[in-house]
Structures are given as C-alpha cells and as structure tokens.
Design a protein around this ligand. Structure first.
Ligand code: SF4
Length: 237
C-alpha cells in the first residue's frame, strides 16, 4: 500500500450520508465511509484515484456521530472503497467502537482478502461481497479466494454481487455461480449491469444478456436478482 494504516489513522476519500444504491439493501439510508486504496485494479473502476486524506479514529467517530445526529438514523455504517479490508488495523477498532454505540456495520468488499475478513467477521452485520470475473475486470481470476471468503462471510447476512458487462465470459460466470452453489447456496446473488457507453440499465442489449445470465444462474442457486445502481438512476451521490 502507498499509505499503510495504523490503528489510529487511515486515509479516507469520503464520509457522507446517502441512500444505499446497490444490492439487496438498496434504498436504505446508510452512512458511508470510503477508504482510499485498493489492491486490485478493475478496468471499469470509478473510485480509484479519488484523492484521500488522513483521518484520526477519534475524529472520524465524532464525524460519524455528528452525521448520525444530523442526517440519521442510518440503517448501517457502510465501509466501502477502495477495499476496506486492506485497512484491517484501523477498521477493526472502528467497527468495535461503532458496535459499542449501537450502530451496525456493513462491509462492501471485493471478496478476496479472506484472512482479513476472519478478523472482523463477528463485527460485521451485513457483507456485500463482490465476485470478480476476470473477463469483466481485466484482473486475474480469484475463484479460490472467493470460495474461502464466502465460507467465512456466510456466518453473517451476506449477498454476492456480480458487476457484469457485455465482456462477460459465460463459462467463467457459471463457474463462479458454482462456487456460490457449493459454498453458500442460500445467499442471494445480485447481477448489476455495467455499460461503458451509458448507465448499465439503459443498455437494452446488456439487460437482455443479464436476463439470460439470471436464467443460467437460477439453474444452480435459487435467489438471483437483477438490480441496477439506484443512486445513478436517482442522480444522487
Ligand atoms: S475492487 Fe472495487 S475499488 Fe478495487 S479496483 Fe475493483 S471496482 Fe475499484
């Protein structure tokens, strides 16, 4: 990492209140804490390169308390990024302190860093776990890591999210759904459209493809939902 965290300090790119725009909790009011860095580089990423600034744990907790008072109640504090689990040293005490205040922790993650998840799993109230097909991300294949991650994540409320473009390799998609089938067949699977030309749900061809992928996935697992990004439809942060 360029700026490794300590238990007291980490670099964040934003702290704000909004509607959750993705996944099975879309539409709820969440308080977002966005970490700056990631350990991979998806070719479609719209978060990397957002400049961050160093925050002290106590100052962040005060800011969260203020936002909760002004714009809450929030259903969850959502840790997002970047990759929050890269910030384990800082994330763990942060989650502990929020728990002590009665808040709920929601982890948005790329679903790869399973040893770090093991350290905070009991502090997570919900996990939004990505599965990253290399045909879409341009990254390496993380099938083995995703399987180990999901074995741990399923102890809490969890869903699996696929961000899918027309680049998806269908056999690769089926192999990743098979990971869900053999590891945690009860968890919901969310298909989120991604288009390079426009917002994903506005791309008719892509939405048709997602319908076909949903049919394929339903042959292996029982809860498969197509959910576009609500915050982009509503044009909010
Ligand atoms: S895992 Fe998320 S933050 Fe990291 S590069 Fe991919 S899209 Fe960006």
């Amino acid at each position: 990492m360029k700026y490794p965290p300590s238990a007291e300090r980490a670099r964040l790119s934003e702290v704000f209140s909004s509607l959750q725009g993705e996944g099975i909790h879309a539409g709820e009011r969440h308080l977002f804490v966005r970490f700056e860095e990631c350990h991979i580089h998806c070719r479609y990423c719209d978060e990397l390169g957002k400049p961050g600034e160093e925050r002290n744990l106590d100052a962040l907790l005060a800011e969260i308390a203020e936002l909760e008072k002004r714009e809450g109640p929030h259903r969850f504090v959502s840790f997002t990024g970047g990759e929050p689990l890269l910030y384990l040293k800082f994330l763990k005490p942060l989650m502990q302190r929020l728990r002590e205040r009665g808040m709920k922790n929601y982890l948005e993650t790329d679903g790869i860093l399973w040893p770090a998840l093991e350290q905070v799993i009991d502090l997570c109230d919900c996990i939004s776990m990505d599965m990253k097909p290399s045909s879409v991300t341009g990254e390496k294949n993380f099938e083995a890591e995703h399987e180990k991650f999901l074995q741990i994540a399923r102890r809490r409320e969890t869903y699996v999210k696929f961000v899918l473009s027309k680049d998806i390799d269908i056999p690769e998609f089926e192999r990743l759904v098979a990971v869900v089938k053999r590891t945690a067949p009860e968890v919901p699977v969310v298909l989120q459209p991604l288009s390079s030309e426009r917002e994903g749900h506005e791309d008719d061809q892509l939405m048709k493809l997602l319908g076909e992928l949903q049919t394929l996935a339903l042959q292996q697992v029982q809860d498969v939902r197509i959910i576009p990004r609500l915050h982009r439809i509503l044009k909010i942060r």
